[in-house]
Design a protein around this ligand. Structure first.
Ligand SMILES: NC(=O)c1ccc[n+]([C@@H]2O[C@H](COP(=O)([O-])OP(=O)(O)OC[C@H]3O[C@@H](n4cnc5c(N)ncnc54)[C@H](OP(=O)(O)O)[C@@H]3O)[C@@H](O)[C@H]2O)c1
Length: 240
């Protein structure tokens, strides 16, 4: 198997960190990012031949691209970009500051990062863009309206890029990684079930990315449940 160059945006903890570890263990070059520079240093120090890093806050859209271009230059190119930086909170009081932080991260920063990766791969003649969305994006959620709406945005944005790549005959794969509940610090939903250990989730994501799948459900049962949830009539959805 040819060695890849993969950048994982948001790899200091959780799913991104576990996925970075799988790629590094498989012998690929891995660029990792996040705000917590000490963690990036610690991860890199454990396997310096595999990792490269840069620390930045993705919601600072004035500096994102410069950081990514510097990382790509250090790595000598990139063929896969995974956006794992994301998150959100339940927001029963609909506090606008909470919703705005979610929008800045899951919509604003995501859009800039995804667009940068797509255009980079277009210029290069191919590549693979993936992002971690959520089952929460399938339908609106009373516990976390901003979070579920932001994940719906990501799901639709990725669909748009997939259609664009095909129509423009670009060799760019777009993968939507759609988890239910993975055992990380961000999983704050009051309703949690079928929780997948983060290492297991990372291995499933790795397999899905290697197969260049359009959508990877974590765990796999969410493919069926998600399909049924989409079909749930509006009159019933609003009562749950
Ligand atoms: N865990 C679940 O059950 C679950 C379910 C569905 C979807 N997801 C999605 O999976 C993705 C990863 O979440 P996770 O569970 O792995 O949570 P996590 O452990 O909190 O990881 C989030 C990663 O994103 C980075 N990040 C967050 N905000 C950032 C910012 N402003 N700038 C730069 N980096 C930032 C964090 O790094 P720093 O803090 O160092 O910046 C961290 O490395 C998220 O998009 C989340 O919505 C998770």
């Amino acid at each position: 198997m040819a060695s890849k160059k993969i950048i994982i945006i948001g790899a200091t903890s959780g799913i991104g960190r576990a996925l970075a570890s799988v790629y590094a263990a498989e012998g690929h070059a891995v660029g990792i990012t996040g705000r917590r520079e000490a963690l990036l240093r610690e991860i890199t120090a454990a396997r310096p031949s595999s990792y490269h890093f840069t620390a930045f806050d993705v919601t600072d859209t004035a500096v994102n691209i410069a950081h990514l271009e510097a990382l790509v230059a250090t790595m000598g190119g990139v063929d896969t970009v995974v956006i794992s930086a994301g998150g959100g909170n339940t927001n029963p009081s609909l506090d606008f500051d909470v919703e705005r932080r979610i929008i800045d991260l899951n919509v604003g920063a995501f859009t800039q990062l995804a667009g940068w990766a797509f255009n980079y791969f277009k210029t290069q003649g191919g590549g693979h863009l993936a992002a971690i969305t959520s089952i929460a994006g399938i339908r609106g959620s009373r516990q976390a309206p901003g979070y579920s709406a932001s994940k719906a945005y990501q799901i639709n944005y990725l669909q748009g890029l997939r259609q664009k790549a095909l129509k423009e005959q670009l060799d760019i794969a777009i993968t939507d990684i759609c988890p239910g509940f993975v055992d990380t610090a961000v999983a704050k939903s009051p309703i949690r079930f079928w929780i997948v250990p983060v290492a297991k989730a990372a291995r499933q994501i790795y397999s899905g990315l290697e197969a260049r799948r359009d959508v990877v459900y974590i765990s796999r049962r969410w493919r069926i449940v998600g399909w049924l949830y989409r079909l749930l009539p509006g009159w019933l959805h609003k009562r749950i």
